[in-house]
Write a protein that binds this ligand. Structure first.
Ligand code: MG
Ligand code: ZN
Length: 229
């Protein structure tokens, strides 16, 4: 009988290992009552600005922190650190995605119970992050108006692995003749019923709607905490 090709076998083992770690992480996050939100997109879609504004807006009411994945630089972490939220960089070197083990390592020394929200910015890449569960509660896939309306059709797997699609840089929509209806149709055809938010982190348009989507999670958490008393 023919066996599984060796490379495929190694890859399956890596993914299985990742899933186990991610499951443990998710349990830890739940036990600590922290909601974990990951962000994926292609490079340059505006993840870091979106995160910067989100951290700044939520930090008046909630305890927030972030992990930021990048191939080589620590620029994003320094930028986000200006929001005063605890931020840690995960430099992946040659690895083009985050893995659960990297998240686990980056969390060492942090008391998760001290947090309400933890954001995890993945490396800019729409391919392999879809295969790696990071233990997050919510995954956002961002696409900017400058990338074209058919992004979801080209990368259906990442849209299927995410919970919310965020269309970014809508302040540039008319300048680049972005067709919102066409983009919504592409998302809908790949992932029917997917929740879509349109934002400009620069002007603040749509950001309030995004913060509102996080509220039910916080309310639920408060109820659980109350019951435990
Ligand atoms: Mg970034
Ligand atoms: Zn990768």
């Amino acid at each position: 009988m023919m066996g599984t090709p060796r490379l495929v076998e190694i890859r399956q083992n890596v993914l299985k290992q990742n899933d186990l770690l991610a499951r443990n992480l998710r349990q830890r996050f739940n036990d600590a009552g922290v909601m974990v939100i990951s962000l994926v997109s292609s490079p340059g879609a505006g993840k870091t600005l979106f995160l910067e504004k989100t951290l700044a807006a939520l930090s008046s009411q909630y305890r927030v922190a972030a992990l930021v994945g990048d191939l080589a630089t620590e620029n994003d972490a320094s930028r986000l650190a200006r929001t005063q939220a605890p931020v840690r960089q995960i430099t992946t070197g040659t690895v083009c995605h985050l893995e659960a083990a990297m998240v686990e390592r980056a969390l060492e020394g942090w008391n998760l119970s001290d947090l309400d929200f933890l954001f995890v910015e993945n490396v800019g890449n729409l391919v392999c992050p879809s295969s790696y569960d990071l233990g997050e509660n919510l995954r956002l896939v961002l696409m900017s108006v400058t990338e074209g309306e058919d992004k979801p059709l080209k990368y259906p797997t990442i849209f299927n692995s995410a919970d919310i699609a965020v269309i970014t840089k809508i302040d540039l929509a008319s300048a680049v003749e972005f067709d919102l209806q066409a983009a919504l149709c592409s998302i809908e055809s790949v992932r029917p019923g997917m929740h879509v938010i349109e934002v400009s982190a620069k002007t603040g348009d749509g950001m309030e709607a995004w913060y509102q989507t996080l509220r039910p999670h916080q309310i639920k958490k408060r109820e659980i905490t109350e019951q435990a008393k």
